[in-house]
Design a protein around this ligand. Structure first.
Ligand code: NDP
Length: 246
């Protein structure tokens, strides 16, 4: 048994780098046609071109801007004919302790991570409902489950995304649109590579599988949830963290 998404159309927000790029690439490798969204349109287009011959296209779109989301989702549907799989991956951080978080940093994180997922889902799910088939996969974080010092804005956005996932899964289930979340732990990206040796050693000590997660570990979980192997799963949070929040 192999995952085969031949002919399905997937939209991945924040697909120009990091985890989103790995997800978009993995979807293309199993036959999906992929629309890659990023704030920087050139980076999104370069990412889509890097998938070789797979039908893929990049779009510049700030997911926190309602007008841009509406226009971009319409453009993707025009270019590809429809959207079957949506991965809400775009995310950002403005880490600080509670008393040092300004209103602007709070709003940027909530607007990107939570409002962005709401806006893209609202527009992309209409077609899924009409066709009675769809998958929405929201990339949350273990921090949305357990919290973290210095990340109250980020963890609030990721916990909110879990609540959003569960509520929308109930709304769309009768139309065969499945809505799930993936919660990565510490994944080796540019962000985590910058940590100092002491911090790395401390964090690694908290991971029972004793290794950092790779972007491909997250992509594999997304592929599973997008596939027909997951056709009886909705409203769930799949934790991909090497056992860290056990
Ligand atoms: P990166 O910072 O490497 O990439 C973020 C991506 O999101 C980029 O493609 C960026 O595009 C895009 N993006 C950011 N803001 C916006 C916006 N307003 N509109 C559209 N696109 C935007 O992040 P990671 O790959 O590390 O993380 C991806 C997701 O996984 C995030 O949701 C993150 O919270 C989550 N996560 C990551 C973990 C980790 O260890 N790395 C752990 C747990 C969860 P552009 O470059 O054009 O700005």
């Amino acid at each position: 048994m192999k995952i085969d998404l031949a002919g399905k159309v997937a939209l991945v927000t924040g697909g120009s780098r990091g985890i989103g790029h790995a997800i978009a690439r993995a979807l293309a490798q199993v036959g999906a046609h992929v629309a890659v969204l990023g704030r920087d349109g050139d980076n999104a287009r370069a990412a889509a071109e890097s998938f070789g011959h797979a039908p893929a296209r990049g779009y510049g779109c700030d997911v926190s801007e309602a007008g841009q989301v509406e226009t971009t989702v319409a453009a993707v549907e025009k270019d590809f004919g429809r959207i079957d799989i949506l991965v809400n991956n775009a995310g950002t951080t403005r880490d600080n302790l509670l008393f040092r978080i300004g209103e602007e940093d709070w709003n940027t994180v909530l607007d990107t991570n939570l409002k962005g997922a709401f806006l893209v889902t609202k527009h992309a799910a209409r077609g899924m409902i009409k066709r009675r088939w769809g998958r929405v996969i929201n990339i949350t974080s273990v921090v949305g489950i357990g919290g973290n010092k210095g990340q109250s804005n980020y963890s609030a956005s990721k916990a909110g995304l879990i609540g959003f996932t569960k509520s929308v899964s109930k709304e769309l289930a009768s139309r065969n649109v499945l809505v799930n979340a993936v919660a990565p732990g510490f994944i080796e990206t540019e962000l985590t590579r910058d940590l100092g040796p002491e911090q790395r050693a401390m964090l690694l000590g908290a991971i029972p599988l004793a290794r950092w997660g790779q972007v491909t570990d997250v992509a594999a979980a997304v592929l599973f949830l997008a596939s027909d192997f997951a056709s009886y799963i909705t409203g769930q949070v799949l934790v991909v963290d090497g056992g860290m929040v056990l």
